[in-house]
Design a protein around this ligand. Structure first.
Ligand SMILES: Nc1nc2c(c(=O)[nH]1)N[C@H]1C(S)=C(S)[C@@H](COP(=O)(O)OP(=O)(O)OC[C@H]3O[C@@H](n4cnc5c(=O)[nH]c(N)nc54)[C@H](O)[C@@H]3O)O[C@H]1N2
Ligand SMILES: Nc1nc2c(c(=O)[nH]1)N[C@H]1C(S)=C(S)[C@@H](COP(=O)(O)OP(=O)(O)OC[C@H]3O[C@@H](n4cnc5c(=O)[nH]c(N)nc54)[C@H](O)[C@@H]3O)O[C@H]1N2
Ligand code: SF4
Ligand SMILES: [Mo]
Length: 758
């Protein structure tokens, strides 16, 4: 039975694009070492130690301004996954202001521009408003509005049909963000082990793998970098200041103010590079040569921390011999830098050791040598003795909040589909593109359904055409989003989530320098028929006959249970937004045991496990493949006002930055008769032509590459404010080099020519 409303046909799209993100800490090492003890009595003091003492009880604070009351409600931001503590001021049921929660150890009371503009996501006129079921061919644009009951019944029926024909493992989950936990729970209860996020193989996976291979532990998110205490900070790419994760940006600004030596290698004079004492305009793709040469100098000139290496290192002699050939003169020819600048910067690093932090980066899926490059970064830090030391890498602590006591999930009958026969032997998280491959090939077994939560796979995965081909092979595509994204345009069922300002989510408990837990709670009501992730995932489980997996009635029962089990007060958490635990020792020198979860139990300068698996036991440089004559290498990064491809309909953030521009070397521009503001299209090596984008002719970028921020150039018509604004990097990434160790998909291997528009 359908009501009138349900039969209405709506268009959310025109042309389609054809075409708890924490990472793996070594939890063993973590729990062995330190699970933070907390008691109610210490919380306030600990909170005050990282933030200004403020009078709290935000949730209760009501102030009369004129006739209307304003209320301040603590929550945490979701404009990106850093999850800064926020205080939202609400008046007349509208969000007036969002500022940082001073109690929050991550942001310490200061949000980034995106967080401050977060209310735009609530007010976004392009939002999805109600569940939709497609009534045309996949990818075409006819939908009917349905009730949640209809939508979820439809999804459950198709999931059951796939289960019957192929087994429950044939439905996979793609997700990014905190709400994903509830979907993972429903999918695991259904019997599927297949769940992946773009934050691994498209982002930080190679970095975490490189560090795990070296120190036995990853870097995680938030990164365990002690920028706050570094006396020398080295950034390779890592464009802090454009990359706006608050903790890192604040500590970077402080380091600069304190007079720390800043060394930045980037083919582009980034914001961070403009603050550097040593700026190295490196030729793209040659960082490993630079890293090897730096290590060569430290070893040859005996500038490394010999005592630390002696005590904690494994295979140093083999490592030393392997890098003996990698002199600064050798690296100069590869990197385009002078041998002298390489020597000078190595000596500057040595001067400040162990408080020299060579930042591991975050989005490291660049050239395909990414795990080995990350391993070289790890080894350089090891030579400087910075791992486990003040000004280097601290040891994380975590608030000991127990999981909800759910019934055990059934054992999946088949192993995960994404990495058959351990093709990528060092992948410790699921590989998104591996699930896509299985969908395309039916091997090792078919994938017939995708449930996609808060990730726009058409923008976030490389090779859009392959994603579309995979989608066409599906029996079911469910998309849970807040706006009608390109991916939603291909879905069979679109489920509108309420924004973070309108919902509860799971608790935020991440390993960090200061242990803490924070709460997201609704600040305003969802304006239409949108629902939170927890509600959707729970209802879906009930429709699948899996209601027993959700013993709690309401999200607050769930949250209260977890918080109370930890000996904390849920009511305090609600009024203050954040509870901070006792600090623990952070460094080896303060009593953190120097333990390394590697096969040798030491820092692996030489990796036997890599040698056994047929990989270079010491990182070895291979020059990047050059592009065809007359082309530019396409590089990309972040806008301080946007998050990936997910914020270009936010009216507040679009007011700040409404399109991306193409950075082009000024001389190259002049040679082509181009100047700033001219419109061009990019044509890549496979003939894909981008949307038009404005040129920014600048001396701040090397001549062999062009650069733009990722996330623009949307082709989903329903994203009205974003539609065809700027160009899409994703569209142009038709090629990748896959990291052979862990399956990461490197993007900086595409080449473009420019075509003037008009
Ligand atoms: N505002 C904002 N901040 C964000 C995000 C966001 O969406 N918006 N996203 C967050 C996430 S998830 C991530 S992963 C990070 C990504 O941010 P980062 O980890 O900082 O990303 P990178 O790819 O290292 O940074 C791009 C920089 O690398 C330079 N680069 C390109 N090729 C090379 C090269 O061969 N060598 C060197 N040395 N440099 C090169 C580019 O010129 C550019 O300046 O940002 C995080 N912060
Ligand atoms: N070409 C290219 N590809 C990249 C990158 C790049 O720089 N260039 N960066 C890579 C990196 S570092 C990362 S981490 C990934 C990021 O990849 P993703 O996390 O997939 O990023 P987005 O493409 O922004 O997709 C996020 C989607 O979530 C939706 N969304 C936002 N808030 C909510 C919410 O509260 N609920 C729900 N249900 N949906 C919401 C947005 O509308 C958007 O459609 O991309 C990777 N892919
Ligand atoms: S870094 Fe910015 S966008 Fe990300 S959570 Fe913090 S305030 Fe929000
Ligand atoms: Mo990322």
């Amino acid at each position: 039975m359908r009501g009138e409303r349900n039969d209405r046909t709506v268009a959310i799209h025109g042309r389609n694009a054809t075409g708890t993100d924490i990472g793996r800490w070594s939890m063993n090492a973590l729990s062995r070492r330190r699970f933070v003890k907390i008691s109610a009595g210490t919380i306030v003091a600990a909170g005050a130690s990282v933030s200004q003492p403020v009078s709290l009880a935000y949730a209760q604070s009501e102030r009369l301004t004129g006739r209307r009351a304003t209320r301040t409600i603590p929550t945490f931001c979701n404009v990106c996954f850093w999850k800064c503590g926020a205080l939202a001021t609400v008046k007349d049921d509208e969000v007036w202001k969002i500022r940082g929660n001073p109690r929050d150890p991550l942001c310490r009371g200061r949000l980034c521009p995106r967080g401050t503009g977060g209310m735009g996501s609530h007010a976004d006129p392009d939002r999805l408003k109600t569940p939709l079921i497609r009534i045309s061919d996949r990818g075409a644009d006819k939908w009917k509005e349905v009730t949640w009951d209809e939508a979820l019944q439809y999804v459950a029926d198709r999931m059951q049909a796939i289960k019957k024909a192929h087994g429950p493992e044939s439905v996979a989950l793609f997700s990014h963000g905190i709400g994903a936990g509830f979907f993972k729970h429903t999918m695991a209860a259904f019997g599927s082990p297949n769940s992946a996020a773009t934050s691994f193989a498209q982002c930080r996976g190679p970095r975490d793998t490189g560090f795990e291979l070296t120190f036995g532990e990853g870097i995680g998110s938030p990164e365990r970098t002690d920028i706050e205490n570094a006396r020398c900070l080295v950034l390779l790419g890592s464009h802090l200041g454009e990359n706006m994760h608050t903790t890192q940006v604040r500590e970077f600004a402080d380091a600069k103010r304190r007079g720390a030596t800043i060394i930045v290698a980037d083919p582009r004079l980034s914001v961070a590079a403009s603050k550097a004492d040593h700026y190295l305009p490196i030729k793209p793709g040659t960082d490993l040569a630079l890293l090897l040469a730096w290590m060569n100098v430290l070893v040859a000139e005996k500038l490394y921390d010999a005592e630390y290496v002696q005590e904690h290192g494994h295979g140093f002699d083999q490592f030393r011999d392997a890098i003996a050939k990698n002199t600064p003169e050798w690296a100069a020819a590869e990197t385009g830098l002078s041998a002298q600048s390489i020597r000078d910067t190595a000596r500057a690093m040595a001067q400040h050791k162990p408080a020299t932090l060579v930042h591991p980066g975050r989005r490291v899926t660049w050239y395909g040598d990414d795990t080995q490059r990350s391993r070289a970064i790890a080894l350089l830090n090891a030579l400087l003795g910075s791992w486990g030391r003040k000004g280097g890498f601290w040891t994380p602590a975590i608030m000991p909040i127990p999981d909800y006591p759910y019934p055990a999930h059934p054992d999946a009958a088949r192993p995960k589909v994404d990495n058959p026969k351990k093709k990528y032997p060092f992948a410790h998280e699921a590989i998104t593109t591996g699930i896509r491959d299985a969908t395309l090939t039916g091997q090792p077994y078919p994938i017939k359904g995708w449930v996609v939560y808060a990730t726009n796979l058409l923008q976030a995965l490389p090779s859009q055409a392959e994603t579309v081909r995979a989608i066409k092979a599906l029996d079911l595509l469910v998309v849970v989003d807040v706006v009608p994204s390109e991916l939603a345009g291909w879905a069979d069922v679109v489920l509108p989530e309420s924004t973070y300002l309108e919902r509860f989510d799971d608790l935020h408990v991440s390993p960090f320098k200061h242990p803490f837990v924070s709460l997201r709670q609704p600040v305003v009501e969802a304006p239409h028929d949108q629902k939170p992730a927890w509600w959707i995932a729970k209802r879906l489980a009930e429709k699948l006959g899996l209601g027993a997996y959700y013993p709690w009635a309401d999200i607050e029962d769930y949250l209260r249970t977890r918080v109370t089990e930890a000996g904390l007060s849920y009511d305090t958490l609600k009024t203050e937004g954040i509870i901070v635990g006792d600090d623990e020792p952070l460094y080896f020198d303060d009593g953190v045991p120097a333990e390394f979860d590697t096969p040798s139990g030491k820092i692996e300068f030489y990796s036997d496990q890599l040698a056994e698996a047929g990989f270079d036991p010491v990182p070895r440089y291979v020059a990047p493949t050059a592009g065809p004559e007359g082309t530019f290498r396409l590089l990309m990064g972040r806008s301080p006002a946007h998050t990936f491809s997910g914020t270009q309909t936010n009216p507040v953030l679009m007011e700040l930055v409404g399109e991306n521009v193409l950075w082009l070397n000024a001389e190259e521009a002049a040679r082509r008769g181009l100047k700033s503001g001219d419109l061009v299209r990019l044509r890549n090596q496979d003939g894909v032509v981008s949307n038009a984008i404005k040129v920014k002719a600048t001396r701040r970028i090397r001549p062999e590459c062009v650069y733009m921020v990722h996330g623009f150039g949307h082709t989903a018509k329903g994203m009205r404010r974003a539609y065809l604004k700027g160009a899409s990097t994703a569209e142009l990434i038709t090629r990748t080099v896959v990291d052979p160790l862990m399956g990461g998909t490197a993007t900086n291997v595409n080449f473009v020519t420019l075509e003037r528009v008009g």
